[in-house]
Design a protein around this ligand. Structure first.
Ligand SMILES: [Zn+2]
Ligand SMILES: [Zn+2]
Length: 357
């Protein structure tokens, strides 16, 4: 099932969401898809509804996007997840209960819950405005339970208010694919005109809409021979699309790598102009092969993007309120989380898989 044109899809107004939330009594239990051990399929379980602490809210989940990071967690490429774990960090839902110290959210509010679930506020990274690197951070669907479930709890300060048109499952990928793509894009000099996207999936198809609205030219690189993904990129407005081993028709001002493929780093360095950056948007990548220094010479740079800050989210959701962002999603019922993960792993999804509760 495809969903286009995010704006206007959410038929619920915030008032009707509020009324709905206040009317419906809370059940005692919920369904959740649980990771019990790495490398094994998720298991469908009936569990008690989680109880929010004084700084948390209980959220009735509308939908949760499936992100490649979920696969990295399940494949043990990210160490030490909470176990058993409810994965998922692209959550949209409504507030069903609030803790005693919650002041910024009310029952019925439409919110999004991202990867960054908590920061300490006092480590050296928090104190220098790099809360994305917090030493004591908690991450949704990794070190705390996430959104592959009917309910979850979240700390009030790490939820984003969403405007009513985003109260639809198609909005879920905005919470990670959208946010991390945006943070990667913010790393580029604003004068950059010709930007390469390496990997054209969930993040790229959102970010291209923001970049095009700012007059950028996007050059899309996909797996060699993946004509379907190249056609998708062209349809989304890329001025050129080709295989990742192909040379672009022009020298690029910046490269953003979304695919988890280390070989793309020297390739992207070869594609960009002097003084320009290669930004790595993924949380995990295969090893980077050695390459001649001349590819990096002349102040080319390689930079990774880790997590997000709350400011990224505030800026991003303010920006997309003004741009008509469309997402392409394939919806799966919660119980088909393993199928949704397999589809994400195997490629061939244009856009993103989303679990609907
Ligand atoms: Zn993610
Ligand atoms: Zn901290």
């Amino acid at each position: 099932m495809k969903n286009n044109n995010l704006k206007g899809q959410g038929s619920s107004t915030s008032n009707s969401l509020k009324e709905q939330a206040e009317r419906s009594p809370l059940p005692k239990t919920m369904q959740a898809m649980v990771m019990e051990a790495a490398g094994q399929p998720l298991v469908c379980k009936t569990m008690p509804i989680p109880v929010p602490n004084e700084e948390q809210v209980l959220v009735r989940i509308i939908a949760c996007g499936v992100c490649r990071t979920d696969l990295h967690i399940m494949d043990s490429e990210l160490p030490k997840p909470k176990l058993p774990l409810i994965p998922g960090h692209e959550i949209i839902g409504t507030i069903a209960q609030v803790g005693s110290k919650v002041t910024s959210l009310q029952i019925g509010d439409l919110i999004g819950i991202p990867w960054l679930g908590y920061t300490c506020g006092h480590c050296k990274y928090c104190l220098r405005d790099q809360e994305n690197l917090c030493e004591n951070a908690l991450f949704t669907g990794y070190t705390i339970d996430g959104g592959y479930a009917e309910y979850t709890v979240a700390f009030q300060k790490y939820c984003f208010h969403l405007s009513p048109q985003y109260g639809h499952p198609a909005a879920a990928p905005l919470l990670c694919a959208g946010l991390i793509g945006y943070r990667s894009y913010q790393m580029i000099n604003s004068a950059a005109k010709r930007i390469g996207f390496y990997g054209f999936g969930a993040a790229a198809h959102i970010l291209i809409q923001i970049a095009r609205s700012q007059g950028k030219e996007i050059y899309a690189f996909t797996r060699d021979g993946d004509l379907q993904a190249q056609a998708f990129a062209t349809r989304m407005g890329a001025v050129w699309a080709g295989g990742s081993t192909e040379a672009p028709p022009v020298t690029l001002d910046a490269a953003i790598i979304f695919a988890a493929v280390g070989e793309l780093i020297p390739k992207a360095l070869a594609d960009i102009d002097k003084g320009c950056p290669v930004i790595c948007g993924g949380i995990h990548m295969s090893d980077i092969p050695s390459f001649p220094y001349k590819l990096l010479w002349e102040e080319r740079s390689i930079r990774s993007v880790a997590n997000l800050t709350r400011k990224d989210g505030d800026d991003f959701f303010a920006l997309i309120a003004k741009i008509e962002v469309k997402t392409e999603t394939r919806l799966f019922p919660l119980r088909q989380a393993n199928e949704a993960l397999a589809a994400t792993r195997n490629g061939g999804l244009n856009g993103a898989a989303v679990l609907v509760m």
